[in-house]
Design a protein around this ligand. Structure first.
Ligand SMILES: [Zn+2]
Length: 94
């Protein structure tokens, strides 16, 4: 998943603000990181973030999860394509 610095940059591009507190809340604590990326908690956490930082921060929280999912699946797709290609080559399949 993208490091915090990438999230700050994309928030800045989208909104003109980094939303550092939001991104650090999501990614900063290794013990809570998985829980804070749990999409079944998006309503609860989104509301909490909106109350503390505003409506735009709420959207940046959702966008953070979106960007992480996209990056993760791009990585999985890359690994899968390489595994398939290596396996086909191993058996001489072209
Ligand atoms: Zn993240």
């Amino acid at each position: 998943m993208p490091p915090i610095v990438n999230h700050l940059k994309t928030s800045m591009e989208r909104t003109g603000k980094e939303y550092k507190d939001v991104h650090e809340w999501i990614d900063g604590d290794p013990a809570k990181k998985a829980e804070r990326h749990d999409i079944t908690k998006i309503s609860e956490y989104g509301k909490m973030i909106e109350e503390k930082y505003g409506k735009e921060a709420h959207q940046e929280y959702i966008q953070h999860l979106h960007d992480d999912i996209k990056a993760k699946f791009n990585h999985i797709q890359h690994d899968l394509e390489k595994t398939i290609s290596d396996t086909l080559a191993y058996f001489g399949v072209k």
